[in-house]
Design a protein around this ligand. Sequence first.
Ligand SMILES: [Zn+2]
Length: 133
Amino acid sequence: MHELSLACEIFEQVIATATAHGASEVKHVTLQMGRLTHTNPEQLSFCFKAIADDSIAKDADFVVEMMPPSLECECGYTGTVDEKQIRESSELKSELLAYVAAMKCPICGEQARITGGRELIIKSIEIETENEN
Ligand SMILES: [Zn+2]
């Protein structure tokens, strides 16, 4: 499963970072996930919790923030996909189709190039240390 291997990578990074900072417990993990990663955030969270069981991250809150895809156009425009526009196109069958339809430059109306939206980043890790003053 795709989510399981991702969760493993995230877990290893979280534990490595936490131990480097002398953590006794990981309290909170926040991820930023591009909407085009084709990853299910619920499954990712579930896998992370399964892997983290019996580790210092077993009680950590696992939060996934979804990020809109970013665009770049030949006219010089750069920005993110207008998510409001996507919610309004309710006639479209799936969210992915809505994204494809929305990937036009808002300035000149030409098809814009997708430059981001596939990233998966650990945004922040909150830890507890044993020897806090
Ligand atoms: Zn343009």
